[in-house]
Design a protein around this ligand. Structure first.
Ligand code: FES
Ligand SMILES: [Fe+2]
Length: 391
């Protein structure tokens, strides 16, 4: 028995889906062959958030990143440029750097197998052989280079020589976060989690708040519109009934008296001076670059959540908390109340994603169905379909 009228009023500008549409096939969330297809069509083509620029601040510092079965080596050169390479030697293909991060020796990048040596630009400068065969030229065997974009203190790379334009890979204009002066911010805390779910399950959960009242009781109080299972004002078919109502239940934003996502709703750090009144009232601004990262800007900290696929049913999540340097220098600032709050929310999301993943295996469940509030999941799934279809 339906508990809703069959012909509900929908005001103009309503964002919800008006057709019942199916989800992606369940098999796409666990089939290893399909997963490899997604790696090659999506993960190996798009910009991937690697690390903060500060993580490889000085010449010779390096960082490695695993994306699917690919390993990427990011290195800071003597000229200050960040470069990325496949983490593979041109001789017989050994992995070059086995550590997550560190500093290369003065000799540069030295292969652990037969000691081929590359400079920080990836040029082969020396082999270990006594003589070179006729026709062998060092210059023919540089490391396989990858594109790098350094933006606002974030380093992105891509496993394709021609990724999409960098700015087009975000859902908002790149300058939308300028007021937060991201390049000046410092990582105050990091969290990592391994989630037993397909990477798409995570993004789908990210794209709806239908689950918020049940899964996130604390967040539903802090952000009252989430407590109504909605993300935005116009997600309510009868939104015009409260079109001019500033109550956060209808307009979004934080509950009255709260200023940030923290245990007590108070800022955990020194507020960013340049943030507009409208952005302060909203309390959070999301900017997303699928498949690897979303950035959430609050009044006093910025949260960077990165995903990497570990397998068809396993995803690595890492969260960085960025603050003004003065916040981290001030012993009065308790950044952990921000960390703790978002850890609760992200842990709730991780746990429910695992529940979703397990259920997808049911033999008769070839696909699910999207509800009106899940319009952003539809956009995401349309994007996935389009990327997979792209030659
Ligand atoms: S595989 Fe690297 S030097 Fe032989
Ligand atoms: Fe959630």
């Amino acid at each position: 028995m339906s508990t809703r009228p069959t012909s509900i009023r929908r005001d103009p500008g309503y964002t919800g889906l008006t057709d019942a549409v199916g989800t992606l096939p369940s098999q796409w969330y666990f089939d290893p062959t399909h997963h490899r297809h997604e790696l090659s069509r999506i993960w190996y083509r798009h910009w991937i958030y690697a690390c903060r620029s500060a993580d490889i601040a000085s010449p010779r510092s390096f960082h490695t990143l695993e994306v699917g079965d690919q390993s990427i080596l990011l290195v800071r050169g003597d000229d200050g440029s960040a470069r990325a390479f496949h983490n593979t030697c041109r001789h017989r293909g050994a992995r070059l750097c086995r550590e997550r991060a560190g500093r290369l020796p003065a000799a540069g990048i030295v292969c652990p197998y037969h000691a081929w040596r590359y400079n920080l630009k990836g040029e082969l400068v020396q082999t270990s052989s006594r003589a070179h065969a006729e026709g062998f030229e060092l210059r023919d065997f540089p490391l396989y280079g990858l594109p790098v974009t350094e933006w606002n203190g974030f380093l992105f790379t891509a496993l394709s020589a021609s990724p999409p334009p960098f700015d087009a890979s975000f859902d908002l204009p790149l300058d939308r976060l300028d007021d937060w002066r991201l390049a000046d911010l410092v990582v105050g805390h990091r969290l990592t989690k391994t989630i037993q779910c397909n990477w798409k399950v995570f993004w789908e959960n990210y794209n709806e708040c239908l689950h918020c009242p049940g899964v996130h009781p604390r967040l539903a109080q802090l952000v009252p519109i989430y407590g109504r299972a909605l993300l935005e004002r116009r997600d309510d078919p009868a939104w015009q009934d409260h079109a001019a109502d500033d109550d956060p239940r209808y307009g979004g934003g934080l509950r009255t008296g709260a200023e940030s996502w923290s245990m007590d709703g108070k800022p955990a750090g020194v507020p960013f001076p340049g943030v507009s009144a409208a952005d302060r009232t909203a309390g959070h601004l999301y900017m997303t670059s699928v498949p690897s990262v979303f950035i959430v800007a609050h009044v006093d900290y910025v949260r960077v959540v990165r995903l990497l696929p570990l397998g068809p049913e396993q995803t690595a999540m890492s969260i960085e908390f960025l603050f003004l340097p003065q916040t981290l220098a001030d012993p009065q600032c308790d950044i952990m109340k921000a960390v703790e709050f978002t850890d609760i929310v992200m842990s709730e999301d991780a746990a429910i994603c695992e529940v979703n993943q397990r259920g997808l295996h049911a033999l008769p469940h070839a696909a699910g169905v999207l509800m009106p509030e899940e319009y952003a999941i539809r956009q995401f799934q349309d994007w996935v379909r389009a990327e997979l279809a792209r030659p």
